[in-house]
Design a binder for this molecule. Structure first.
Ligand SMILES: Cc1ncc(COP(=O)(O)O)c(C=O)c1O
Length: 278
């Protein structure tokens, strides 16, 4: 009998996916695996609805959250953290670990942040370099209005919007480029219906400019290094080959394009991730 635990994730892994993962482990520098990675890179761009490279790390989502902070900010910078639950708290903890001053916008648990509140904080403190928020704050099941927040940060050349979409991406539309989200973080074990162990992060051209000046220490989660490797269809260090093999397949109906989602999501448009033999 199958046992289901009704949590946001890890979500159930389809039998086809499990079978795909039973294939022999490819060497991560082999031409066969590079071919897999080339296809996965394209699929990830589709998933994030971005023209930018989506970086892929063997880690859980928190690794990519940490990397997002360490690669775009510097010790002494100020970040505005929307703290409306457990994962908002995590943004603040990561920033503090890297010597970043946290301006905490406390939001009552169970409520979404109001864009005007964020705008007011940014007016009060023009030095704020990043606004960090959850698309979906899993601990309260609240969606923060990231589209509206992006419209605010887009008007400020010195401020980026960093979105933790770990429990959101693939669950509902978050078109990164269309909305102007600067950094989007996701993980394999939620709407993608893969096992835990892959973390994803994509950066807008504006966020990549912040990477140029960031002085936080980083080694494994060095985004520039990973970008260079991925452009050669490799990862900087050993790839999580087994988790990468169940190549994500585009759903039949175009999701994530706003035109596909007028107000409600037609069930046939919900993403269906199926592995395809590689
Ligand atoms: C919104 C959000 N952020 C961060 C995390 C942490 O992700 P991970 O456990 O993959 O590190 C989770 C996990 O549930 C989450 O839902």
């Amino acid at each position: 009998m199958k046992r289901y635990l009704m949590t946001p994730g890890p979500t159930p892994v389809a039998p086809e996916t499990q079978l795909a993962m039973a294939q022999p482990v490819l060497h991560h520098r082999s031409p066969q695996f590079m071919e897999v990675l080339a296809r996965v890179r394209e699929d990830l761009k589709y998933l994030f609805q971005t023209e930018q490279e989506v970086l892929m790390f063997a880690a859980t989502g928190t690794g990519a959250m940490e990397g997002a902070v360490a690669n775009t900010l510097s010790p002494g910078d100020t970040a505005l953290v929307v703290d409306g639950g457990k994962f908002g708290e995590r943004w603040a903890e990561i920033c503090q670990t890297y010597g970043i001053t946290v301006d905490r916008l406390q939001v009552e648990w169970g409520r979404a942040v109001k864009p005007e509140e964020v705008e007011q904080r940014l007016k009060n403190n023009p030095a704020i370099k990043a606004v960090l928020v959850q698309a979906n704050e899993t601990s309260t099941a609240v969606q923060h209005p990231v589209k509206e927040l992006a419209a605010i940060t887009a008007a400020r050349p010195g401020t980026i919007l960093v979105v933790d979409a770990i429990s959101a991406l693939g669950g509902y539309p978050l078109p990164m480029d269309e909305w102007g989200l600067d950094v989007v973080v996701a993980g394999s074990q939620k709407a993608l219906m893969l096992p835990p162990g892959l973390a994803f992060v994509a950066l807008s051209p504006k966020a990549w400019e912040f990477v140029q000046t960031s002085t936080c220490p980083k080694y494994y989660f060095d985004f520039a290094k990973q970008l260079k490797s991925q452009q050669k269809n490799q990862t900087a260090y050993t790839s999580a080959v087994t988790l990468t093999i169940p190549r994500l397949v585009k759903p039949r109906c175009k999701p994530w394009g706003s035109s596909c989602f007028p107000k409600t999501i037609p069930p046939k448009c919900l993403p269906r991730w199926r592995p395809r033999p590689v």
